[in-house]
Structure formats: structure tokens, C-alpha cells
Design a protein around this ligand. Structure first.
Ligand SMILES: Cc1cc2nc3c(=O)[nH]c(=O)nc-3n(C[C@H](O)[C@H](O)[C@H](O)COP(=O)(O)OP(=O)(O)OC[C@H]3O[C@@H](n4cnc5c(N)ncnc54)[C@H](O)[C@@H]3O)c2cc1C
Length: 338
């Protein structure tokens, strides 16, 4: 395995930030990763497991080892009357995996079509879109403990999933490399089309017999029309999470701002649309140098070319501050800041 020094990470993060890694290497099995961890690189304490780089912001050069996960493989494990159990290597591209499942008529992942990144980060982030989250389909995963160099299995309960959240972002932050992930998919689909514009898009497409391929196609169309493509303009999708607040606070805000957008959560709190609040603070379409807030999606911060990670981060700080001042609500970043 080749270990490269002072390696540019620009092609490896969708923000297109020109940061470098002191050391960089790629692994395509748990054994190779163990070998790399044994190779006693001088900066072993500081290491980062990298997937597709689509939810990461480098605010400085990384003075450690970046280990890019390229573990491949997709396979059916077994099935029962209702479900099929399928496993994918952490380094598989997420959308390719979704398409692999759809082509076999395994249902459940169709609403999560076209989310950038790799399979390994999907449970870590508990990715979600159009009313579905990975935790709804997740079965278990295997992860290598980076110090013990031992494989552990995590069930759904072990992962402690939350909104764009899991145990790997807190208690076990930087402790594990996810090696593979298993999902339980339905043989007979249950459709989720009430969220966002899916229904209208299906109508526009003239779909008569609803099926998972059509839903995936509708999601792909909507995403392409709404979200900036990182190939054209650097970004990492939603920069902030939609914050949840107690219902009483929401009702007080609603009196002051009748147009405020909120969705009731099952636990009685209300989830606010962060994008709407950011827009009300005047940030939508803002640009300073090459760092900006997207003109169509206020939740998405962008790099128009040569912005540094620190410039993007500083802009996010200003946004957090102004939303706090205007609405009294603290925004939390969804993107992993390095
Ligand atoms: C245009 C665009 C649209 C997006 N839309 C959505 C959306 O609709 N819904 C959504 O949820 N997200 C969305 N995202 C965010 C992103 O796609 C997801 O968070 C994705 O899961 C990140 O995967 P990745 O492989 O690129 O992770 P990376 O950016 O490489 O890593 C993210 C974090 O996970 C860690 N990590 C990655 N792989 C592993 C592993 N194998 N083991 C341990 N840790 C690991 C990294 O260290 C890092 O902390 C969007 C991003 C973009 C650019």
C-alpha cells in the first residue's frame, strides 16, 4: 500500500477546498487498514477515515493520516418471506448501491437516490431525504476499532441513530472505521410519496402504476433541479441541520413571524426550516470572495472556486450568529468540520 506525503485533498472533498494531508493512503479491506495502522506513521494519533468527502469541510491542512475507504462489494446475504438482507462495502458509492437494489426490486432505498458519498458514511450520518432515513432500512454494520484493531458488529440500537446523527459522531468519534453495512429491504414495497414534490413529479412524469423505479426517477429529477451539483460548484449539501424547538417557543415565534415554517415532531417539539430563517436574515445569494450562500438554497454554502475552508466556516459563523439574534435559535452544523 502506497503512503503519500503532503497530498492534495482538493479532488477528495466536494467543497473543492485546497487542503492537504500530511499522509494519505487508500485501503480496500479491513486487513489492509490494520496493516496501515501497524505501519507506525509518525502522526498515527491524528487520522481521518474518508469516504466520498461530500460532508466534510477542511478548515486547515490535515496534519495526520487520511485513510480513504475503498472497500467494495455488494451481496445478498439471505431472505425471508418479507425481506431481503443485503450487505455493501463501505467504499461503495451510495447511489450505485441504491440502483443495484432497485434493479433487483428490493424496496426501501428509492427515496434516498442520488445522495452523494459512500455507503460507509450513511449510518454515521443517518442520511435522509424525502421522508426516509437510513435507520429505517439499516440492519447492522461491521466496524474496525482503530486502536484495538478488532472488528465489532453494531446493531441498530448500538448505533443510537438520531437526526443526521449516530454514536459515531459522539461517543465513538474517530474511534472506528466502518467496514461494511447491511440493510433489510422489502420484497413488497411500501411507498413514501407524500414528502416534498414527489407526488407532483410523478404526475408530471405521467406515472400510472406506482413503482420504486418511478419514485427513484422522480427523486433524481427533483434533486437535479434543486441542488447545486458539486462538480460545477463546490458544496456539501445542507450545511446546517433543521433545529427542533419546544412547541411553546414555536408558538411564540409564530406570533412574531407568521410565515415561519415548522413541522411537528413525534416527541412534541417542532422542527424549523433552517433555510427559511437564513433567508429571512438576508443571506440567500450572499457572496464574499469565493465563499457564498447559494442563491436558490439558503441551507447550502458554496465555494465558487478558491474559497478556503476557513472562509466558508467564517461565513457559517456569521449565519449562526444572525439567526440566533433574530430568532433566538441556535443552528447546528450538519457538515463535519475538520
Ligand atoms: C449536493 C449534496 C447533496 C446532499 N444531500 C443530502 C441529503 O439529501 N441527505 C443527507 O443526509 N445528506 C446529504 N448530503 C451529505 C452527504 O451526501 C452525506 O452526509 C454522505 O453520507 C457523506 O458521505 P461521504 O462518503 O462523502 O462522507 P465523507 O464526507 O467522506 O465523511 C463524512 C464523515 O464520516 C466519516 N466517515 C466516512 N466514511 C467513514 C467510514 N467508513 N468509517 C468511519 N467514518 C467514516 C468521515 O470521517 C467524516 O467525519 C449531500 C451532500 C451534497 C454534496
Amino acid at each position: 500500500m502506497q503512503i503519500q506525503e503532503n497530498f492534495s485533498l482538493r479532488p477528495y472533498n466536494t467543497f473543492g477546498i485546497n487542503a492537504s494531508a500530511r499522509y494519505f493512503s487508500v485501503f480496500n479491506s479491513a486487513d489492509q487498514l490494520t496493516e496501515l495502522l501497524d505501519s507506525r506513521l509518525p502522526t498515527l494519533n491524528s487520522r481521518l477515515i474518508l469516504g466520498g468527502g461530500s460532508n466534510i469541510l477542511f478548515t486547515h491542512n490535515f496534519d495526520g493520516v487520511v485513510l480513504k475507504n475503498e472497500i467494495k462489494g455488494m451481496e445478498e446475504l439471505h431472505e425471508d418471506e418479507e425481506y431481503v438482507y443485503v450487505r455493501a462495502g463501505a467504499g461503495e458509492n451510495w447511489h450505485a448501491f441504491v440502483q443495484y437494489c432497485i434493479s433487483r426490486n428490493w424496496a426501501g432505498l428509492e427515496n434516498l437516490s442520488l445522495i452523494p458519498g459512500n455507503v460507509g458514511a450513511s449510518p454515521m450520518q443517518n442520511i435522509g431525504a424525502y421522508g426516509v432515513e437510513v435507520e429505517d432500512l439499516f440492519w447492522d454494520l461491521e466496524a474496525l476499532h482503530l486502536r484495538e484493531k478488532k472488528l465489532y458488529t453494531f446493531t441498530k440500537t448500538d448505533c443510537q441513530f438520531g437526526y443526521r446523527d449516530s454514536v459515531f459522531k459522539h461517543k465513538f468519534k474517530n474511534e472506528f472505521a466502518i467496514i461494511n453495512v447491511s440493510f433489510r429491504l422489502r420484497k413488497k414495497p411500501v411507498f413514501h410519496i407524500s414528502y416534498g414534490a414527489i407526488q407532483q413529479e410523478l404526475e408530471r412524469m405521467g406515472v400510472k402504476d406506482l413503482n420504486i423505479r418511478a419514485i427513484a426517477e422522480a427523486v433524481i429529477h427533483i434533486r437535479r433541479s434543486k441542488l447545486p451539483d458539486p462538480v460545477e460548484i463546490g458544496n456539501a449539501g445542507s450545511f446546517f441541520k433543521n433545529p427542533s424547538i419546544p412547541k411553546v417557543l414555536y408558538e411564540a415565534l409564530k406570533i412574531k413571524y407568521p410565515d415561519i415554517i415548522g413541522y411537528a415532531n413525534a416527541n412534541g417539539t417542532v422542527k424549523l426550516a433552517a433555510g427559511w430563517m437564513i433567508e429571512q436574515c438576508g443571506w440567500k445569494g450572499y457572496r464574499s470572495g469565493d465563499a457564498g450562500c447559494h442563491a436558490k438554497q439558503a441551507l447550502v454554502l458554496v465555494n465558487y472556486g478558491n474559497a478556503s475552508g476557513q472562509e466558508i466556516y467564517d461565513l457559517s459563523e456569521k449565519i449562526v450568529k444572525s439567526v440566533k439574534e433574530k430568532f433566538g435559535v441556535e443552528l447546528e452544523r450538519e457538515v463535519n468540520i475538520i
